[in-house]
Write a protein that binds this ligand. Sequence first.
Ligand SMILES: *Cc1c(COP(=O)(O)O)cnc(C)c1O
Length: 401
Amino acid sequence: MTTKEYIDLEEKYGAHNYHPLDVVITKGERVWVYDVEGKKYLDFLSAYSAVNQGHCHPRIINALKTQAEKITLTSRAFRNDQLPLLEKEICELTGYEKILPMNSGAEAVETAIKTARKWGYKIKGIEKDKAEIIVCSNNFHGRTITIVSFSTEEQYRDGFGPFTPGFVVIPYNNIDALINAINKNTVAFLVEPIQGEAGIIIPDDGYLRKAFEVCKDANILFIADEIQTGLGRTGKLFAYEYEEIKPDILIVGKALSGGTYPVSAVLSSKEILGVFKPGDHGSTFGGNPLASAIARESLKVIIEEKLPEKSAELGKYFLDKLKTIKSKHIKEIRGKGLFIGIELLPEAGGARRFCEALKEEGLLCKETHENVIRLAPPLVIKKDEIDWAYERIKKILENLD
Ligand SMILES: *Cc1c(COP(=O)(O)O)cnc(C)c1O
């Protein structure tokens, strides 16, 4: 079948809730993907950072196959021999005392919200049904009704009401707004250390640290959504490490499975995750043995292949190089590690046409909002592959009218 035939099928039978680039991928290896016509592309999105370890990492695929042949799902009505090992390993790696495993990122965010609310009622003593969670404008935390209830993106909400109450939206990167939004019913502040979907928005140095201190003083939980920024993407295992803080609740997903399977988790202390009693919360697939075995190996690959260090080093190299590009379209280039955004001027005609031109050059990028090209290759990328990508990005930014 041709590219066009696959696209026609999808247009006909699929719901049109995405607007993908017209490339039909059939195979992937490390940083490269191949389309059904046999054309090869460098993946510069990494499935929104789920594939930090590279496509079909042999160790992760091996863990998947080995576990799949033993047992895949017990449900948590029974115990399995993989989850306890994941629990121990991820807690030792991150320094958290407890984990609650889920599947998708949005489910982990929902779990963190439930955790914070229950903590508010049970430990902090908030009056019934009064809990408030502070979030930031331009946030992205997923797509459930509760999560889009506090999105500031009109399209994410349009047609989906009525919404879940109990959220207060403040501007990102604004400490006074946080201080002013806190009241006796506030239980938590939920924040992305870098706003990925908003277009790689990096707050001022010190913002997260100050926000964390404000939360401590007010006895409210600081919740970091590191589903996209975590697990090496920004040049540290977690982006919060840049500010030498320890969020009360940490949300992880995406690269926790190296892109092979949906695995997410909420990490926190004994006291905070201790609010759950049997029956309070759950998921049929959460913590299943296949997911646990995959997550264990995915974490080992990140650490043993030093992916955070590679991201820091190559990210800096790449960012410095990108900043030498002279193009009338560029407004700003910013990034941390291999998490880089090229913001185009409004008159550039949108990032989409640049991504389409880059695709023709063999580089797969995705526009983020109207005007940002996000550059986030798998962290196993090599320097000469960055150079290869750089030449193409430079050519398109300099030559496209
Ligand atoms: C992707 C993402 C989510 C949602 O994860 P899903 O697996 O798509 O539900 C939540 N928060 C952030 C920061 C993300 O990047």
